[in-house]
Design a protein around this ligand. Sequence first.
Ligand SMILES: *[C@@H]1O[C@H](CO)[C@@H](O)[C@H](O)[C@H]1NC(C)=O
Ligand SMILES: *[C@@H]1O[C@H](CO)[C@@H](O)[C@H](O)[C@H]1NC(C)=O
Ligand SMILES: *[C@@H]1O[C@H](CO)[C@@H](O)[C@H](O)[C@H]1NC(C)=O
Length: 196
Amino acid sequence: MIRLLTFLLLLAPSFQFTDTIIPTPTPWPERFHALLYMNVSSSVLQITNLWYDWPRGLNVNIMQKQLGVLLYDIEWNNGTSFYFTLGENGSCGIMDFGVGIPRPDFLDGANYLGTEITDGFLCNVWEKVDFIWYYEDVQTKRPVRWDFYDGISTHVMTFEVGAVLDDSIIQAPSYCFTQDTDTNSKFLGSSLPKKF
Ligand SMILES: *[C@@H]1O[C@H](CO)[C@@H](O)[C@H](O)[C@H]1NC(C)=O
Ligand SMILES: *[C@@H]1O[C@H](CO)[C@@H](O)[C@H](O)[C@H]1NC(C)=O
Ligand SMILES: *[C@@H]1O[C@H](CO)[C@@H](O)[C@H](O)[C@H]1NC(C)=O
C-alpha cells in the first residue's frame, strides 16, 4: 500500500505537466565567444568580448568602455579574478570572489515569465532570484539579452559556439604578481553574475 502511494505520488506531477509545457532556458554551451553590447547606465556604454570556457574553468571579459582603456578580466573557477590593462601605464588588480564562474546550467530553476519581443527577436523570458532577467530566442534558443537587477542591460551581438580564446591572452601580465593585490572598484564591470 505504501509502495503504491509512493508510486502514485511519483507519477502525479508528470501527468500534470504533460498538457502545459513550461519552457526552460537552454544551458550555455561549454565553450563560446560572444560579442556583447552593454548599456551600463544611461551615460556609460561598453563593448565586451566574452569568452566562456567551462572545461578550463575560465571566463574572460575583455571590456571596452566608450573612449576608455581596454580592460581584461580573467575569471578562474577557483574564485580568483585578474583585472588588468596593458601598455605603458598598465595596471592590475586581483580579486578573490570566493565563488566560481557560472555553471552552464546556472539558469536552472528560473521562473518563466512568458514571451516578449526584444531587440527585434521573439524571446522566452525568465527571471532568477530577482537578480537576472534572461531573454532567449524562441526559434534558435540563442541568448539575445540579459538584464541585471542593478539596471545593466547586456545585448548579444554575436554568439560563436565552440570558440576558444588564445592562450597568450589568458596569462596575466607580470605586474599582477609583483604588486599588492589591492582591489580597485574601477576594475569591476563583468558581464556575468558572480552569484551562481
Ligand atoms: C541606455 O539605457 C538608458 C536607461 O535605460 C537609456 O535611457 C538609454 O537610451 C540607453 N542607451 C542606449 C544607447 O541604448
Ligand atoms: C586560481 O587559478 C589561477 C589560474 O590557475 C591561479 O593563477 C590563481 O593563483 C588561483 N587562485 C587560488 C586562490 O588558488
Ligand atoms: C602614462 O602616464 C603618463 C603620466 O601620467 C602620461 O604622461 C602618459 O601619457 C600615459 N601614457 C599613456 C599611453 O596613457
